[in-house]
Each structure stands twice: as C-alpha cells, then as structure tokens.
Ligand binder design. Structure first.
Ligand code: OGA
Ligand code: MN
Length: 249
C-alpha cells in the first residue's frame, strides 16, 4: 500500500478556523454528526469510471452524495460559511509565491486552504487520497499529493476562462471541484463551463454547483470558466500534483 503523502505543514488555517468557530459559537452553529452518514465505499468499479472519463474525454461530472454522505457535505459547507464570516478567506490570486497576481478582472473568489485537521476535512482527505491512488493505479499519472482550498463566490463574482496548469510544467495534473450548495438553480448563475480541449470557444459541458456534484478534469488540457454567480456559491477545489511543493500559505 502506498503511504498517504498529505504532509502536515505548519498550519495557520487551523488557528483561524478554531477561533472563527469560537467566535460564532452559541449562535447558529450546530455540530453535525458525521457518524450517521451512510457512505458507499470508493469501489474499484467507481475508480475505473473516473479513470476512463478522464482518459477518454479529459473531464467528467459525477454525483458523489452517496460516497461522501449528506452530513459530511453539510459539515464542509458549515466550515466554509464560518470561514467566510471571518477574514480567513483571502482574495484568490493567479500563480504562486512571488508570481502571485491578484487580478480582479480575471477572478474574484476568496479562498482558504484546507489542512485536513478537522473531522470533516479528515474524512474528505481520505476520499481524495483514494482517488489519488486509484488514478495512479489506472492512469500512471504519478500523482504525489493533493492540495485543497475552499472557495466562496459572492454575487457578481466569477473566474474567467483559464487552464489550471501550464503545459509541460507537470505540477497540477488533475483538478477536482466539489460543490456545496443546496437547491442551486440555473438562474442562480455560477455554473462551471467546460470547453472543448481542442477548441476553447466551444462549450462542451455546464455543471451547476449543486451540493454533492463533483467535476474532475485534466488541469493542463481543459479550459473552463466560472460564470458570474447571482448568490453566494460555496465550493472546494482540489488539485492532484506530480510535484511536492508545499501549500502556498
Ligand atoms: C478554480 C476553478 C471551478 C469552479 O478554482 O480553478 O476553476 O467551478 N474552479 O469552482
Ligand atoms: Mn480552474
């Protein structure tokens, strides 16, 4: 068995999250019992489906409500909502380290990196780890680790068409986005638009950010865009990487 490679790195997120939880304790925050969720285990067949979707089309959208459980999805949403009420969510940029640019004409979401330290995050990381191993076994991608952040788009926020990774850099290889919003209607905007990998002008899929829906795609190949949201949109993005750089905290 491969050892998980989510390295516990120094964790500023942990502190804001706990103090944020304390700050709102006694208001409307109810602990969510993850123990009562029934989860369908990540099966070999299901991993086969993900791998063949990625290798044939380069992208897919899949319902993971039964794999993760509704309580876990609700608990993750509760975490991002708490973070969103504090200053823990930071304006997202493009690039990394010294190359980081915050260009509000390209992207307007706010993000907070996850460390896998809370119970819901630990359960989620276990799920991502089985996807990492499953994809490696089937597609030989050499995915070494993953990095994950929450994202909030408030009304009017968007992320213009982009790729998640530049060709040949072998950094982010597979992108995953998990949505956390109940009752999302087309009129709420905020859809993920996926474009043809050979023609960035041709839309080949639209994914509404409904709770439990997950989009998976090849980071270097698939142009995509988040259309302006008309109401607050919560999600979680995860990238499986071939290198081992630390989180950009
Ligand atoms: C991203 C991204 C898509 C989405 O964060 O890079 O493209 O649907 N997100 O949130
Ligand atoms: Mn993206």
């Amino acid at each position: 068995m491969e050892t998980p490679v989510v390295t516990p790195i120094h964790d500023p997120l942990n502190t804001p999250l706990h103090s944020a939880q304390e700050a709102v304790a006694g208001s409307d925050v109810q602990p969510i019992d993850l123990g009562t969720d029934r989860r369908e285990p990540v099966s070999e067949d299901w991993l086969d489906e993900l791998a063949s979707g990625l290798s044939e089309y380069g992208w897919m959208s899949v319902d993971v409500r039964s794999r993760l459980g509704m309580n876990l999805l609700a608990a993750l949403k509760q975490e991002v909502q708490i973070l969103d009420r504090t200053d823990a969510m930071k304006k997202a940029g493009i690039g990394r380290g010294n190359d980081l640019v915050r260009d509000r004409s390209v992207r307007r979401d706010k993000i907070a990196w996850l460390q896998g330290v809370t119970a819901p995050q630990a359960a989620l990381f276990e799920f991502f780890e089985s996807i990492r191993q499953g994809l490696n076994q089937r597609l030989f991608l050499g995915l070494k680790r993953f990095e994950t952040h929450y994202a909030t788009y408030h009304a009017g926020d968007f992320y213009k068409q982009h790729l998640d990774s530049f060709r040949g850099r072998a950094s982010r290889v597979v992108s995953l986005v998990l949505y956390l919003n109940e009752d999302w209607q087309a009129a709420d905007g905020g859809a993920l638009q996926v474009f043809n990998r050979d023609n960035e002008h041709e839309v080949c899929g639209t994914v509404l950010p409904e709770a439990g829906r997950m989009a998976l795609f090849m980071s270097e190949e698939i142009p995509h865009e988040v259309l302006p949201a008309n109401r607050t949109r919560y999600s979680l993005a995860c990238w499986f990487r071939q290198d081992e750089v630390p989180l950009p905290l």
